[in-house]
Design a protein around this ligand. Structure first.
Ligand code: SAM
Ligand code: CO
Length: 283
């Protein structure tokens, strides 16, 4: 018996699955729907690099799925062994099953199922040069994923989801984060909780608004933590949230566009806020 056969015979950790009607596959496919992600408190992330990064960062993986054609790939075999050791189920599946799980024609060779992590806002105490991004009712999965990725890039400490937002654990959002979903803590609050919390912390709460009274470049973001508050894609910040900001800034625009895309505006703000903190790379 070779190693692989031993594993297949072992405590049943590595299972070979080729049928779409296999109940484990059905459970995993169900993760495409928010309702089932909520039930299982789980989500799916695609790609070997993402899975390895997630494990490095200490995320707990419940299931590792890899393509039969990846058999013999040393890095994938190593990751599978590591997954088995950590108590995860490991499934070796056909291309067809992998495509159905991820709804892709050319699926990645590896998919991991992870436990969702979302923290409540009330215990959070920003300090030093911490930056957090608060998103008011963000609607678009691509925007949310892009903001999480950008938050990671500038070294922000977390993204706060305010009010009723799109699910950060949808496949579309996770894809758009390019792995940063595993690096950036997510917090959740209602608008009311956010306004209550912001009174208790010592931080600059800066909102962005098309009718903001100051140019975003004229504000001093140094010296204390910053909470950057961004408005909903359609409606912008509602008055109660706008009034809860110490500063309301505007990014100047020319041309015909009414506004910037939410994720682009967040990127512009974050690089200004982090200007003095991010290393200059020694150019
Ligand atoms: N129709 C919305 C409005 O009237 O506010 C536009 C919302 S915009 C697409 C989404 C969010 O991005 C805004 O709520 C704001 O937080 C930010 N944003 C976009 N362009 C901006 C600008 N030029 N100045 C300040 N914030 C901006
Ligand atoms: Co169900």
């Amino acid at each position: 018996m070779n190693d692989r056969e031993k594993r297949l015979q072992g405590p049943g950790r590595v299972k070979e699955v080729t049928s779409l009607s296999n109940p484990i596959v059905k459970d995993i496919k169900a993760l495409q729907l928010k309702k089932h992600r909520d039930e299982q408190k789980a989500f799916m992330a695609e790609g070997l690099k993402l899975v390895i990064d997630a494990l490095e960062l200490g995320w707990s993986m419940t299931t590792l799925i890899f393509a039969k054609s990846a058999r013999g790939n040393p890095l994938i075999e190593k990751t599978a062994a590591r997954a088995v050791a950590s108590g995860a189920d490991v499934l070796e599946v056909s291309e067809k099953v992998l495509g159905a799980i991820t709804r892709r024609d050319n699926p990645q060779m590896v998919v991991g199922i992870f436990k969702q992590t979302m923290l409540p806002l009330d215990k959070l105490k920003p300090a030093g040069t911490d930056v957090y991004i608060a998103l008011d009712r963000v609607r678009d999965p691509g925007n949310l994923g892009t903001v999480i990725r950008t938050a990671d890039a500038v070294g922000a400490k977390g993204v706060i989801l305010v009010g009723d937002t799109v699910d950060p654990f949808s496949l579309e959002t996770v894809r758009a984060t390019m792995g940063s979903i595993f690096a950036v803590p997510l917090l959740k609050s209602s608008a009311g909780e956010f306004l209550f919390w912001r009174e208790k912390i010592n931080a600059l709460v800066v909102g962005t608004h098309l009718r903001g009274s100051v140019d975003y470049r004229s504000v001093d973001y140094s010296g204390r933590p910053v909470i950057l508050l961004m408005g909903n894609e359609q409606q912008g910040l509602p008055d109660p949230l706008a009034n809860g900001c110490e500063k309301l800034v505007r990014i100047p625009q020319e041309g015909r566009a009414d506004s910037l895309n939410l994720a682009v505006a967040t990127g512009v703000m974050l690089y200004e806020i982090r200007r003095s903190v991010l290393p200059d790379g020694g150019y």
